[in-house]
Ligand binder design. Sequence first.
Ligand SMILES: *Cc1c(COP(=O)(O)O)cnc(C)c1O
Length: 405
Amino acid sequence: MFKVNDNYLKLPGNYLFSTIGKKVKEYKEANPDKDIISLGIGDVTQPLAPAIINSLHRAVDEMAVKETFRGYAPDLGYEFLRSAIAENDYVARGADISIDEIFISDGAKCDSGNIQEIFALDNKIAVCDPVYPVYVDTNVMAGRTGTYNTDTGLWSDVIYMPCKADNSFAPELPKETPDIIYLCFPNNPTGATIKKAQLQEWVDYANREGAVIIYDAAYEAYISEADVPHTIYECAGAKTCAIELKSFSKNAGFTGTRLGYAVVPKELKASDGTSLNALWARRHGTKFNGAPYIIQRAGEAVYSEEGKKQTAEQIAYYMNNARMIKEGLSEAGFTVSGGINAPYIWLKTPEKMNSWEFFDYLLTNANVVGTPGSGFGPSGEGYFRLTAFGTKENTEEAIRRINTI
Ligand SMILES: *Cc1c(COP(=O)(O)O)cnc(C)c1O
């Protein structure tokens, strides 16, 4: 009789979004006349920009003609897209990343989940707390995390780096040395970010300790402040210690279209001298058959003059929502952070209310839905995440309601 990979059985149920859905459904059923606004959405809502749609149409038409039809895409991605990425996201920022260090994928969720496969099972991971759940859960599936403590919500073999108000939601260098360090800036869920000098400290630490940093830069396009790094490769020495993950989901609305990439520098070597670039190329070529041609053409259009302008307008729209939420809640007396370099606002729940109590309070009294911070890790308890991905009208109305309860 076959058996399953019992690491999967160790996963605690991911109750967060299903619990939210259940609570909202119950409330709606009991109060059918109430109009509920969600500021909990972790997905873009604006349609793809015209430059992207035009490029998609052209590529679809090419597929209908014998001379321009394409079959399997190259495993690592088409050169037209990889060179647009190298030029715009790296060389233009003074980061010397070449085409053969860029691996096109169908998004950063897969890359952030899959990348752990190329590391030894006894490598120790360090994560921020609260955190995007994919990093830990995929290491649980691999069997790298030890045992789960249901009281604390922590894994015995994971190094947690609490991010709270007292450290401005920026992780501190851990006491115990990790092998693999997951960092995500601008951060989901806290919306926090770190300055270039702070990121340089992480790069220096990783190089000194022989650790690798997996840097999730999915929200890079939301950065508005000058001294916040857009890529970890702005830091000296990052090419010998860091992998960077990027996505077209949040900057250009590709959440349903699917496109992302990983940067694995050729200088990045394991302790025995093995090149991670070669290893990831091997893994990618074996388990991935390339992102679709039409989608890679759509991705290329993000870097056209029109595409840059149109996607910047969409980001400005979301960031105007973020500003409204942040200002509106501050005026209402809440303690808020984030929302300056990220579409997420992280708010401290009022005294004597934990994350879930505040969820219920907001749902019942303002008919507004958000996400309890405790769902992202124990250090998220007492916090609450609101997102800027709604419409301007709904965001305004939600803030108005919160201000009058
Ligand atoms: C949305 C998000 C991603 C992007 O995921 P895709 O698979 O590219 O859509 C990656 N990391 C974080 C932290 C995110 O919030």
